[in-house]
Design a protein around this ligand. Structure first.
Ligand SMILES: [Ca+2]
Ligand SMILES: [Ca+2]
Ligand SMILES: [Ca+2]
Length: 348
């Protein structure tokens, strides 16, 4: 694993030359699906997990908690308003229609910000904010520990530069920092992103804070190749196996799920599998995020349709059925949460 200082990210990206990408179209797909490179962090993860947990995935331990911003343990949304660039937190409320209807301004960000993300970068259980500027600068605002309007987040600071070639950023506790036991999540949000230089999806592992309180990153390399047809990524454990799954939408309008620990062969090795959750229409929404709205502990699908300003929720099925993947987020269960969301240029 290549260790990088936060400021060395851009250099690391350039040095970390990706393997040659072989384009292969899956037989059941009109789009190129991402593939896991042969000698990648994920392959290592799969084999390490098989060695450590030969009896199966039920032994893997889930995240200690995904954290939130308001402090009640229920996931929240963050937006940046068009024009004013005000940052609002929309409080999650379990049980349905009142979710995200109460908002609180927590600050203002720059007009040059093209992405905002939320995740616990410091490991205290409170989600922090990260933003990306058009010049490739990533800044973070650490949660103060108290949810209190504009004092909720400490002043932002520059975390790293050189991220301009990245897209589809996701902040999520994807692996634990202990290389001997990566499937035990550590509560530290890692960062995943597509690099335009090779269309691969990279994982930078959060190794915790340095003496100055700045999260340190280690480049774990490319998780996936051939990400060019992907239009959004949201990561959460929706198959209930204790390890995050990757929900993606594609240029053909499909929504698909990559379950990393889908099947175990007779030698104990794990294999990933793609599932089609929705064949068409998924890209009518421009924001897709996985957060528990109903309160059953399973992530629901929350989407924003910018054209109508509507925020929708599709409740997670009671049980993940790999034989009927389209039932996971059955469009028949889709509900309107609220309107007026077209005024936000960024949603996370
Ligand atoms: Ca909350
Ligand atoms: Ca935090
Ligand atoms: Ca982590």
């Amino acid at each position: 694993m290549k260790r990088v200082s936060a400021i060395g990210v851009a250099t690391a990206l350039l040095i970390g030359a990706a393997p040659a990408v072989t384009q292969t179209a899956s037989a059941d797909s009109a789009v190129v699906l991402p593939t896991i490179p042969a000698h990648s962090a994920l392959r290592t993860l799969l084999s390490a997990s098989a060695a450590r947990h030969p009896a199966g995935k039920a032994e893997r331990r889930a995240a200690v908690g995904r954290g939130d911003i308001t402090g009640d343990g229920v996931g929240d949304l963050v937006t940046v308003q068009s024009g004013s660039n005000r940052i609002d937190v929309h409080a999650g409320v379990l049980g349905g229609s009142r979710a995200f209807t109460t908002s609180t301004a927590v600050g203002t960000t720059g007009a040059d910000r093209t992405w905002i993300g939320q995740g616990d970068l410091t490991g205290d259980g409170n989600r922090d904010l990260a933003t990306l500027s058009t010049d490739g600068t990533m800044r973070i605002s650490v949660h103060s520990g108290t949810y209190n309007g504009t004092s909720t987040f400490n002043p932002e600071f520059t975390w790293a530069t050189g991220w301009g070639a990245g897209s589809l950023f996701t902040l999520v506790d994807f692996v634990g920092k202990d290389p001997n036991n990566p499937t035990e999540l550590d509560g530290l949000a890692d960062i995943l992103f597509r690099y335009s230089g090779d269309n691969s999806y990279y994982l930078y592992i959060n190794e915790g804070l340095n003496a100055n309180g700045v999260p340190q990153l280690a480049n774990a390399g490319a998780l996936l190749n051939s990400m060019q047809a992907v239009t959004s990524v949201s990561i959460a454990d929706v198959t209930n196996d204790g390890f995050p799954d990757l929900y993606m939408t594609f240029t053909d309008g499909s929504a698909r799920l990559l379950d990393i620990f889908a099947e175990q062969d007779s030698s104990g090795a794990w294999h990933e599998k793609w599932y089609v959750l929705q064949a068409t229409g998924a890209t009518s929404a421009d924001v897709h995020t996985l957060v528990d709205v109903t309160g059953d502990g399973q992530p629901d699908l929350v989407t924003r349709v910018k054209a109508t300003g509507e925020l929708h929720c599709t409740a997670h099925a009671p049980v993940w059925n790999p034989g009927a993947p389209s039932t996971l987020f059955d469009p028949a269960r889709e509900q309107l949460l609220s309107s007026g969301w077209n005024g936000y240029r960024l949603v996370a």
